[in-house]
Design a protein around this ligand. Structure first.
Ligand code: ZN
Ligand code: MN
Ligand code: MN
Length: 284
C-alpha cells in the first residue's frame, strides 16, 4: 500500500487542513503553515498548535509535511533578502516544532548570477545559522529543482556539496525529490533502467537514506527542458509508464508521496490521487 496525498489549504485554521486532507482521502498531506507569498507569518498560538495535533492524531493520517513560503531565497547574494530568508527558515522550523510536524520542505533558492559556489556557501551558512538558533527535531528536506537559470538544487551534486559542507548538523537534513523537477533537470525516470541509473547517481552522491519524501508531479516539459510546469499524473511527458516505474521501485514505493498537480477542467486533486492509486494497484 502506498502512502499518498496532496497539498491542502489552511484557510480557516491549521486544524482545517487535517479535515481537508481527510475529506480528500489522503494518507499524508502538505501545508504552507505561513502565507506562501508573504514574508510575515501570524504566530501560532499554543491552543492552535494543540488543536492541530489533536485533530491530526484523531485523523489516523500517516504524516503532515510543511513547505517553506516562496519568497525566502537561501542562496541570495542580496544581504537584506538573505537575512530575512534565514530568519524565515528559523521561524518555519519553530512552527514545525510547535505543530509536531517532522518534515519541512525548502527550495534551495537562486544565486542570482553570483555563481554556484557562492550559492552553496550561502545555503550552507543559512542552514548552520537556522539550525543553531532553533534546536528541534524537524528534519529539513532540500527539494531538487528543475535547474532553471541560476537556481540551486537542479543537480544531485548541489545537494551533495551542501550535505558535505554541513558537518555534524547534516543529521537534520534530508531530501525531497520532485519528479517533475527531476525530469525537467534531465534525470531519466520513464523506464526502470533510466530510473535505476538516476537513483544510482543519487545513491553515490547523496545516499538513499537521505531521501524522505517524493513530490509526484508529471511534467509538461521535455526531459532536460528545465521547464518547471507540473502536469496531471500520466498526462505529461513522464506519463503512466514513468509513474509505473516509480511506483514499482522498491525504495521509492515505501516513501510518503505528495501530489502538487494542477487543478483544472481536466482533473482535480481527487482525480490525480485516483490515478496514482490505480497505477499502484495494477502493480500489486
Ligand atoms: Zn517545493
Ligand atoms: Mn515540489
Ligand atoms: Mn515546481
Amino acid at each position: 500500500m502506498i502512502s499518498v496525498g496532496v497539498h491542502v489549504s489552511i484557510a480557516g485554521g491549521l486544524d482545517k487542513a487535517v479535515d481537508r486532507a481527510k475529506d480528500r482521502g489522503c494518507d499524508v498531506f502538505q501545508i504552507f503553515s505561513s502565507n506562501p507569498r508573504g514574508w510575515k507569518s501570524r504566530p501560532i498560538s499554543v491552543e492552535e498548535a494543540e488543536s492541530f495535533a489533536v485533530r491530526f492524531k484523531e485523523s489516523g493520517l500517516d504524516l503532515a509535511v510543511d513547505h517553506m513560503p516562496y519568497l525566502p531565497n537561501l542562496a541570495s547574494s542580496k544581504q537584506d533578502v538573505y537575512a530575512k530568508s534565514v530568519q524565515a527558515l528559523a521561524n518555519e522550523l519553530g512552527r514545525c516544532q510547535m505543530l509536531g510536524i517532522p518534515y519541512l520542505v525548502t527550495h534551495m533558492g537562486s544565486h542570482l548570477g553570483a555563481g554556484r559556489e557562492k550559492g552553496i556557501e550561502r545555503i550552507v551558512d543559512a542552514l548552520e545559522t537556522a539550525f543553531y538558533s532553533v534546536k528541534n527535531e524537524a528534519v529539513l528536506l532540500l527539494e531538487n529543482t528543475a535547474g532553471t537559470k541560476n537556481s540551486m538544487g537542479g543537480s544531485f551534486q548541489d545537494i551533495a556539496e551542501i550535505l558535505d559542507s554541513l558537518g555534524i548538523r547534516r543529521a537534520r537534513l534530508g531530501v525531497c525529490l520532485d519528479t517533475c523537477h527531476l525530469f525537467a533537470a534531465g534525470y531519466e525516470l520513464r523506464t526502470q533502467e533510466g530510473l535505476a541509473e538516476t537513483l544510482d547517481e543519487f545513491q553515490s552522491s547523496i545516499g538513499m537514506e537521505r531521501l524522505k519524501l517524493l513530490h509526484l508531479n508529471d511534467c509538461r516539459g521535455e526531459l532536460g527542458s528545465h521547464l518547471d510546469r507540473h502536469e496531471h499524473i500520466g498526462l505529461g511527458l513522464i506519463g503512466e509508464t514513468g509513474f509505473r516505474a516509480i511506483l514499482s521501485h522498491p525504495a521509492l514505493c515505501r516513501l510518503p508521496m505528495i501530489l502538487e498537480t494542477p487543478v483544472d477542467s481536466r482533473r482535480d486533486d481527487l482525480g490525480n490521487l485516483m490515478a496514482i492509486r490505480r497505477l499502484a494497484l495494477e502493480l500489486e
